[in-house]
Design a protein around this ligand. Structure first.
Ligand SMILES: [Fe+2]
Length: 298
């Protein structure tokens, strides 16, 4: 392994800072304070929770203390849970339904060497799959004193605010997403031949329709490679232009994590990214993650 891979370039400081962005509610989200997620939900509370998720693409719950088993059970309210590739040195299995997102090295110590560099670039989870993720849930376990926010960009707002000429230009365009492109875009460790076989390129609409709300949203991000039928450079420039438009501060919520937070979000209409925290090599950031299977974008 080269020294470059051991010490990758620092993350680019692009995009809005947390002090520039909007409130949860301004970006369509909602904080729910009166639910204990460690217990099974009565059917009426479950229905109201699902309705809240249809209306609000980010839900924030405070002061929770869920075991992995309890987080698994709560996630099931929203659909089938996806298995994840995990770090076998941290989680017990190669694949796990509840896995750990962290800045720890193989010895369990905080590290500036990012294991999942792509998490720090705007993306929609698993858009490199033909059937990408519907919902992702993170539960804070250990947090650094400063930084480490997760940002969410509302892509329905981003689309709605485009000039009509741009909406006309991008209508019907399709985008290739791939794990290989994702690695290149974030400057991470290149995809292996096995990974390329496991995760071949897939094609999705650039403008997708949310299956619950009917709203149109931009769908691209770090896993997007290029636009079908367009020159590589031209397509990538257009994708970057749309990403920069849709991730401007006016459409972004920055979640400042508190101990016990559980945040879930809709990957069908949001891009998200983590921000590096101060003292990555000193302070631990550990969250438990679950992902719900989605449907084919249209
Ligand atoms: Fe993610």
């Amino acid at each position: 392994m080269s020294a470059t891979l051991e010490r990758p370039a620092p993350l680019p400081k692009t995009g809005p800072r947390p002090d520039e962005t909007r409130s949860l509610r301004e970006c369509g989200g909602l904080e729910i304070t009166d639910l204990d997620l460690s217990r099974p939900l009565p059917s009426d509370r479950r229905e109201s929770l699902l309705a809240a998720f249809r209306a609000h693409p980010v839900l924030v719950f405070r002061d929770q203390a869920l075991t992995k088993e309890q987080q698994y059970d709560f996630t099931l309210n929203f659909g089938d849970i996806e298995s994840q590739h995990v770090n076998r040195l941290i989680d017990a299995e190669r694949y796990a339904a509840v896995h750990t997102v962290c800045n720890l090295d193989d010895q369990g110590n905080p590290s500036e060497v990012l294991r999942e560099r792509g998490n720090y670039f705007w993306h929609s989870d698993k858009s490199y799959h033909a059937v990408p993720s519907l919902l992702t849930m993170l539960h804070a376990v250990e947090l650094p004193p400063v930084g480490g926010e997760t940002q969410f960009a509302n892509m329905a707002m981003g689309y709605a605010s485009l000039p009509e000429a741009t909406k006309t230009r991008i209508a019907g365009l399709r985008v290739i997403h791939s794990w290989e492109a994702s690695r290149i875009n974030c400057g991470g460790r290149p995809a292996t031949e096995e990974q390329k076989r496991e995760r071949p390129p897939v094609e999705h609409p650039l403008v997708r329709t949310h299956p619950d709300t009917g709203m149109k949203t931009l769908y691209m991000g770090n896993h997007a490679s290029h636009i079908v039928g367009m020159g590589l450079d031209e397509g990538r420039a257009l994708l970057a232009e749309l990403r920069d438009h849709a991730t401007q501060a006016a459409f972004v919520y920055s979640h400042r994590w508190r101990q016990g937070d559980l945040v879930l979000w809709d990957n069908r209409c949001l891009l998200h990214r983590a921000l590096a925290h101060e003292g990555m090599g000193v302070h631990r950031r550990v969250l438990h993650r679950t992902v719900v299977k989605g449907s084919v974008p249209y």
